[in-house]
Ligand binder design. Structure first.
Ligand code: PGA
Length: 251
């Protein structure tokens, strides 16, 4: 039985004070949920949000990290620095990192392995662009991102990996994949994981959906057999929007 995992990706939003305020509201609001909950504030607010969430059932996440532990990497943040702040999970290979900042599968794979080696949960994002979808390449693109992203990751390490399927055309656009379309891709991902590892490993893997998840579409998505949670951007920025997603109606 997979525990639903709802993550909020705050992206480049919120000053320290704003982040503390939201974390404080969320802390009490989600105290009784049976779901796994994580928020990923911007780096500058990690310490403050970590202090607010200490002892709560909300995990502290980061939105990215460097592929190296230390060294001459101007502007980068190391896994050691994240651990120092109490970070437990890190979003890797987000489409904004892939498409706006040119991260490729090899770089993302290096980050995934480093995060795992240091005991973090790696949330590996995969997903096709609109152009790739229209060219009928959804499965090929997603499978390639999955295989290359997990290259060198053993079955025993998969407990530290969450996959997030985020169709690029659905992120921040208000366009969501239908629950049926999303579930079909989640099924492809799970089958590929079974091929790469084992059916048991694939069955245990949490696969989140991301891309314009809102309070009014969360339940429909989560009702699907292969959708185990959500990676939420815009709607994670207020407690009014995020709470009903965390506590989605199981129907
Ligand atoms: P969105 O972002 O919910 O604003 O579409 C999702 C994401 O990028 O993780």
């Amino acid at each position: 039985m997979r525990t639903p995992y709802i993550a909020g990706n705050w992206k480049m939003h919120k000053t320290i004070g704003e982040a503390e305020a939201l974390a404080g509201q969320l802390r009490s609001a989600v105290a009784n949920t049976a779901h796994t909950v994580m928020v990923a504030p911007p780096f500058t607010a990690l310490q403050a949000v970590g202090a607010v969430l200490k002892g709560s059932n909300i995990k502290l996440g980061a939105q990215n990290m460097a592929a190296e532990e230390a060294g001459a990497h101007t502007g980068e943040i190391s896994v050691l620095m994240l651990k120092d702040l109490g970070v437990e999970a890190v979003i890797l290979g987000h489409s904004e990192r892939r498409h706006t900042y040119g991260e490729n599968n090899a770089l993302i794979n290096a980050k995934v392995k480093l995060a795992i080696q240091h005991g973090l949960t790696a949330i590996l994002c995969v997903g096709e662009t609109l152009e790739e979808r229209e060219a009928g390449r959804v499965n090929a693109v997603v499978e390639e991102q999955l295989e290359l992203g997990l290259d060198g990751v053993s079955e025993g390490q998969l407990g530290q990996v969450v996959i997030a399927y985020e169709p690029v055309w659905a992120i921040g656009t208000g366009k969501t994949a239908t629950p049926e379309d999303a579930d079909a891709v989640h099924q492809i991902i799970r089958s590929r994981l079974a091929g790469l590892y084992s059916q048991a490993a694939a069955d245990a893997m949490v696969i989140q959906y991301g891309g314009s998840v809102k309070p009014d579409n969360a339940s429909g998505l989560m009702a699907k057999p292969n959708i185990d949670g959500a990676l939420v951007g815009g709607a994670s920025l207020t407690v009014e929007q995020f709470l009903p997603i965390v506590q989605y109606d199981k129907g």
